[in-house]
Design a protein around this ligand. Structure first.
Ligand code: ZN
Length: 317
């Protein structure tokens, strides 16, 4: 069983790895415990931070190791995304963000971080254009520089390779979907993304949350694959529910919802995987945070405070 469709774990040797750091790569706490072993010789563990609740590999891969690992990642996937149906994901993002955006926008700006060639952000932009927004600007930030050229009226697409290149711009919607788990030390990138939001802007994160499933399968003596070093972190409900505390943002931001992520496969393309995903996620809606076998998490956060009671945050109990 793989944590992600297109990644597979790779055994790393000592030269492939950075020196072990006892600090949590997200909050720098040293209050961490081993959860399970990822590989032996050299040993790498999944450690959980008891301060921010992030789960991370105990050893980080070097930049060279990651570059090599990803060099073949997109080759077998024509649309260069890991989501079966980008239109469905675009619709999901539109449905989740539309009700929270300030009315009467003439131009909507979207930042899509780690989006490959940006297929999903363009699907989202098309929905906003159909909805009546006069102009949508999309900035795709990804080391892969070949942004999709899509000749749609009133849609402006730009791209750059790193967040550090984004200067003097703020965004109404920021999408960081299935990217944070790949970054060795994501504290810098998460902080930067929050700083790039317009007032009342929205930021959406989606990440794998598979550690409870991996621990359960281990007890049942079933092999599972965390897909290290593709995935370095596993970020679940506790991490995301506490993210504003971790990044000291409680006064300026508000969690609109925090819940199991949208299923990324479809019955027509991956029937078994899709069925398992729905079966894993559904009990959470009855049991709340007592059910942890959901596989992935998503959260929507707004800069500023919601204005109406309709915008009261929905969260797991
Ligand atoms: Zn931490």
């Amino acid at each position: 069983m793989n944590a992600a469709c297109f990644h597979k774990s790779k055994h790393l040797s000592e030269p492939d790895l950075c020196e072990e750091d006892i600090h949590c790569p997200i909050c720098q706490s040293t209050n961490r415990i081993n959860r399970t072993i990822l590989q032996e010789a050299p040993e790498i563990y999944l450690k959980q931070c008891l301060n921010c609740f992030a789960v991370s590999a105990s050893r980080l891969p070097t930049k060279k190791t990651l570059d090599l690992y990803y060099s073949s990642f997109y080759e077998s996937n024509d649309t260069k995304i890991t989501f079966d149906d980008p239109k469905r994901f675009g619709r999901h993002l539109f449905d989740q963000t539309r009700k929270y955006l300030t009315n009467g926008k003439k131009t909507l700006s979207i930042l899509y971080y780690g989006g490959g060639i940006g297929t999903i952000s363009i699907e989202l932009a098309k929905r906003y254009l159909d909805f009546g927004i006069p102009e949508v600007k999309v900035l795709i930030v990804d080391y892969e520089q070949s942004a999709l050229i899509d000749d749609i009226p009133n849609l402006v697409i730009n791209n750059c390779s790193a967040l550090s290149e984004v200067k003097d711009q703020k965004f109404d919607i920021i999408i960081a979907s299935a990217i944070i788990e790949h970054l060795p030390t994501p504290r810098t990138e998460i902080t930067c993304l929050f700083e790039l939001l317009n007032e009342h802007g929205l930021i959406y994160f989606r990440s794998p949350y598979v550690m409870p499933i991996i621990l359960l399968l281990k007890k049942l003596k079933i092999d599972s694959d965390f897909t290290y070093p593709g995935h370095i972190h596993d970020l679940g409900q506790k991490f995301w529910d506490n993210v504003l505390d971790t990044f000291d943002l409680k006064n300026g931001f508000n969690i609109l919802y925090s819940r199991p992520s949208i299923v990324e496969t479809t019955f027509s393309k991956h029937f078994r995987r899709t069925l398992i995903a729905y079966l894993c996620k559904t009990p959470w809606y009855v049991l709340g945070n007592r059910w942890r076998f959901v596989g992935g998490w998503e959260i929507l956060i707004q800069k500023g405070i919601p204005k109406t009671t309709e915008d009261t945050p929905e969260r797991g109990t």
